[in-house]
Design a protein around this ligand. Structure first.
Ligand code: TRP
Length: 363
């Protein structure tokens, strides 16, 4: 079987939060350490971030190092994972320009994730062309590295589908060149999407309902103690609901039986705690204190590692530079093959020159 290669990435528009940790970072570190992949590329997608932040280049620029620090803090290891900056690989832009010819406007308009994002940004009447076409640019990100495997959240499914269509179209028009990638959705229930601390579906910086990987102990505690629970659970004796209860959703993602032994020995595991909450007689404060202990213990080593890397920012840039240089060579090889397949490699094409020379000789 062919060697497996991973590519995935994030837009650098803010620090990463524990939703990113649960939804992807934790799984990426496991994949990195599994030894199953020939290469792993993790991209800081600054060019994509600029497609809807054209007027905010400083925001994107400042957040590149924040995202890199969060990656390193979580355990991405530059010896095993190539961390790269998208905009520094011009081959990606070049691929995008050629792929654009293989996709129709109506096809891009049908992309449900793009549709939702346009609505969220009130772009309806004034969508930047670059934003509109970012799924095609994402296809370049993926195919440039011949990625077989793209671990992402389900909101990215339309991008992977678009990529697969471009690959099939390219290969059928120009000959087998590109690799059709597969999405890797986590079926581990601990890798699910975390709601915001206020119970809203998504963590979002603008709403202020996130816990960041860089948050200090007191900020985490404050977020947990003011977290949304079951609004009908008014008195301790009342029966409570666990479904849709943010505190329990976070415990689903972070707790394990060892945490109970250490911080809440009244229960053997989360199921026992949930049963008590449902029956009534278990107060929110006790559950929140337990969650606080779980989160503090999980996030402390990440924060401490982050602080270590924060003290050596030039090293972080060195990591990014090395990762980008390696990645650029890979992307350049693919672009070379693409141009060869499309026959736009005139100066390397001795047969073309010879054939035309012959034609004129005999004319
Ligand atoms: N669109 C992804 C996001 O918003 C980021 C991204 C850019 C990406 N290029 C990628 C993800 C390639 C996977 C593969 O999170």
């Amino acid at each position: 079987m062919a060697e497996k290669i991973i590519l995935t990435g994030d837009r650098p528009t803010g620090r990463l939060h524990i939703g990113h940790y649960v939804g992807s970072l934790r799984c990426r570190v496991d994949l990195q350490n599994s030894g199953e992949f020939k290469d792993i590329f993790v991209m800081i997608a600054d060019a994509q971030a600029l497609t809807d932040n054209a007027e905010n280049p400083e925001k994107v620029r400042q957040n590149i190092v924040e995202v890199a620090l969060d990656y390193l803090a979580c355990g991405l290891d530059p010896e095993k994972t190539h961390i790269l900056i998208q905009s520094q690989i011009p081959e990606l832009t070049e691929l995008t320009f050629y792929y654009m010819n293989l996709v129709t406007v109506s096809r891009v308009q049908r992309n449900p994730t793009v549709k939702a994002e346009i609505q969220m940004r009130n772009f309806e009447a004034s969508i930047p062309v670059g934003f509109f076409t970012y799924p095609i640019s994402q296809a370049s990100d993926i195919t440039a590295f011949k990625a077989t495997t793209v671990p992402v959240g389900e909101d990215q499914e339309p991008m992977i589908e678009q990529t697969r269509e471009i690959v099939r179209k390219f290969n059928s028009v120009y000959g087998e060149t590109l690799v059709e990638p597969e999405i890797m959705l986590s079926d581990d229930k601990s890798c699910l999407r975390l709601p915001g601390t206020d119970g809203q579906a998504k963590m979002s910086k603008s709403i202020g309902n996130c816990i960041y990987l860089a948050d200090e102990e007191d900020a985490i505690k404050k977020s947990v103690m003011s977290m949304f629970t079951d609004p009908d659970h008014l008195r301790v004796e009342d029966p409570g609901k666990v479904e849709g209860n943010t505190v329990f959703q976070y415990l689903d993602a972070f707790s394990n039986d060892d945490f109970f032994t250490e911080y809440c020995p009244d229960y053997k595991n989360l199921d026992e705690m949930k049963d008590h909450y449902r029956r009534g007689g278990l107060g929110d404060v006790k559950v929140k204190k337990f969650l606080n202990n779980v989160l503090q213990e999980t996030l402390r080593p990440i924060r401490e590692r982050r602080h270590e890397f924060e003290r050596d920012i030039p090293y972080v840039y060195e990591v990014l530079k090395k990762g980008t240089e390696f990645s650029r060579e890979v992307a350049a090889r693919t672009l070379h093959e693409v141009k060869e397949a499309m026959k736009i490699n005139y100066f390397d094409d001795a047969a073309l020159i010879h054939e035309q020379a012959e034609r004129y000789k005999n004319a």
